[in-house]
Design a protein around this ligand. Sequence first.
Ligand SMILES: [Zn+2]
Ligand SMILES: [Zn+2]
Length: 349
Amino acid sequence: MLAYTYVAQGDFQLLDKPMPVLLHPRDAIVRVTLSSICTSDLHIKHGSVPRAVPGITVGHEMVGIVEQVGEGVSTVGPGDRVAVNVETFCGACFFCRRGWVNNCTDPNGGWALGCRIDGGQAEYVRVPYADQGLSKIPDSVTDLQALLVGDLLSTGYWAAKRSRIGPEDTVLILGAGPTGICTLQCVRLFRPGAVLVCDSDPERLRFVRRHYPDVLTSSPEGLEALVRANSSHGGADVVLEVAGSPDTFRMAWQYARPNAVVTVVALYDGPQNLPLPEMYGKNLTFQTGGVDGCDCGAILALIAAGKLDTTALITHTYPLSRIGEAYDLFEHRRDGVMKVAITPDRPER
Ligand SMILES: [Zn+2]
Ligand SMILES: [Zn+2]
């Protein structure tokens, strides 16, 4: 089968590989019907994910149809349409029992698919702990609607859920890329008083205004004035940092009011500086990043109920055989790209 593979730093190739097989009773084999490219895939490509293993098939955001399950899997079966979770987790260890599945103590716990074990930019993928890692897609939800459930929507949902958003709050989201938009949709579920979104890319801000007319947008230069005009206590009540640059990290604590919650969603390329003397007295609660992606069922129900819809984010579609072109477009942010969907080449059986 075709599988997009991390060959070496800077080198991904579409290779012909053997079909995956069940290795454990809790495994499932899924025929991938739609996958996507994530910024984390680019991080692997550029060598900033040291845990990534050369030779693995990349891709950790996909939906598909279950082909085969091990004898220990009872929650899904062959023929089921499923969303695949970015994280692998056992469901039974200390961390899993508390919902902190990103820190599952299994050797492959956390983000393993498409990083440490073969992922889903391929025709088929093996999913470990399939009873935890696969969620049935309701009949009324399309593959396209479910495509971001396991990764970006899980991230946005986790970030919004842990940010203690109240009905009067002013919430500031730094970053209006695909993860920022998914975070924005999930933040709105908590009905805060005002939502402000900041990005340096005017095209991304236009996207926000077009789809969410009640959300206020700003470039980094105009943000201070916007925050001041829309908060009564000297800053945002909640800040979600989704962009991942030293500038946005600084803005996250700078534009938070005293005693605010600052949730870091982004992944950085290097350490960031918390200037504690300057921040003294702000009494911020900082939450560091790493999605606990175990709410796929709830997210799918919200999609079915019409409360989340990320289909507008999927701006381009390529067949797997042309995935190299899709990466090129996504990496260089050409043609207004937000997310790319990758379809199988072969017609469905
Ligand atoms: Zn991702
Ligand atoms: Zn676990």
